[in-house]
Write a protein that binds this ligand. Structure first.
Ligand code: NAD
Ligand code: MG
Length: 334
């Protein structure tokens, strides 16, 4: 078993003695900045002058400055901007203001692992990656628990990088839930594989294909929506609570039989081969190069695919049905 670190393993003093800059105030940024502040850490938020997030952060009483200013002020910088913009921002506005002995931190290994950012050798370079969305990092901290984190050290100039990372994880509530040590390589490659093959890509393609199959066969769109999208949450909750066995214990014997006998007809040897190809694209850096080229040329394909899937029938039927579920908070992507 890998070792997992908890509150008692972290030295709170290490991060408390630092001046921490949190760059970006989105999903992760707001959670890190607020949690650190409430853990007693001296924190500033770095944002563009024009950022809409400024009033939000200032409204919480956080000190906010331009990215070069807070990078110069800090001796530990956590970069929490979208991965595709981090390298350009780092080279222009962060790196010139760092000194030997400072710590450069990330919540995902993409830019370091794929060589988009090569930090100066005098810096500590580490990753503290919460394994959950930012709003949960914040909410669980307030409730007294936390989101588990991955910790990795890419460069240890001071000899303190790992302990500082554990201390930072303590500051955001991560050591309450457990911190697992990994490498930039493992975190980056497994994270990309997971989101592409199952969590996001595999799942949304399965939903659309199953929904379309039912509707094309003449079933009501509403039945298809409940069956192929809505019910997933109930199944995922069972998986989360007790794994595959608990889920199968809770479903009917008929559903369990269909699971074993039909599942392998859906995920075939061909699908497994594609999974291997996807992993190969990730490990070779081909996926990263394509994504950075897309982002640097204006993300036109991303925007087009986003618009296309937002107007998919399953989205329209779902929006109507969710309006009739008073227990759901309306969610409209910005
Ligand atoms: P986000 O899109 O929610 O927020 C990005 C923030 O960066 C915003 O405040 C935006 O205004 C700011 N920003 C964008 N461009 C900027 C620039 N050029 N200069 C200054 N600020 C800029 O991002 P996020 O989802 O919180 O992701 C941040 C990092 O955390 C990424 O490395 C991501 O992989 C990682 N991560 C995210 C999650 C998650 O749940 N969203 C989970 C684990 C790790
Ligand atoms: Mg992820």
């Amino acid at each position: 078993m890998a070792s997992i670190f908890y509150d008692q393993d972290a030295d709170a003093a290490l991060v408390s003695q630092r001046r921490v800059a949190v760059i970006g105030y989105g999903s992760q940024g707001h959670a890190h900045a607020l949690n650190l502040r409430e853990s007693g850490v001296d924190v500033m938020v770095g944002l563009r002058e024009t950022s809409r997030r400024r009033t939000e952060a200032e409204g919480e009483g956080l000190a906010v400055g331009a990215v070069p200013e807070v990078s110069a002020w800090a001796d530990a910088v956590m970069v929490l901007v979208p991965d595709q913009y981090a390298a350009d921002l780092y080279h222009a506005e962060i790196a010139p203001h760092l000194q030997d002995g400072d710590a450069l931190m990330f919540a995902h290994g993409f830019n370091i692992h794929f060589g988009e950012i090569t930090p100066a050798p005098g810096l500590d370079v580490l990753m503290v990656a919460p394994k959950g969305p930012g709003h949960l990092v914040r909410r669980t901290y307030i409730e007294g628990s936390g989101v588990p984190c991955l910790l990795a050290v890419h460069q240890d100039a001071t000899g303190l990088a790992r302990d500082l990372g554990l201390s930072y994880a303590w500051g955001i509530g991560g050591t309450r839930a457990g911190v697992l040590e990994t490498t930039f390589e493992e975190e980056t490659e497994t994270d990309l594989f997971g989101e592409q093959v199952i969590l996001c890509g595999g799942l949304s393609s399965l939903i659309k294909a199953a929904y379309e199959t039912l509707v094309e066969a003449g079933y009501q769109p509403e039945s298809a929506y409940f069956e192929t999208l809505h019910e997933l949450k109930l199944i995922v909750d069972l998986l989360y609570e007790g794994g595959l066995s608990w889920m199968r214990y809770s479903i009917s014997d008929t559903a369990e039989w269909g699971d074993y006998s039909t599942g392998p007809r859906i995920v075939t040897d061909e699908t497994r081969q594609v999974m291997k190809d996807v992993l190969d694209d990730i490990r070779s850096g081909r996926f990263a190069r394509r994504w950075m080229a897309e982002a640097r040329s204006g993300s036109h394909n991303l925007l087009e695919m986003r618009a296309r899937d937002r107007s998919h029938e399953v989205e329209q039927v779902g929006a109507r049905l969710r309006e009739l579920m008073p227990f759901l908070t309306p969610r409209t992507p910005g």
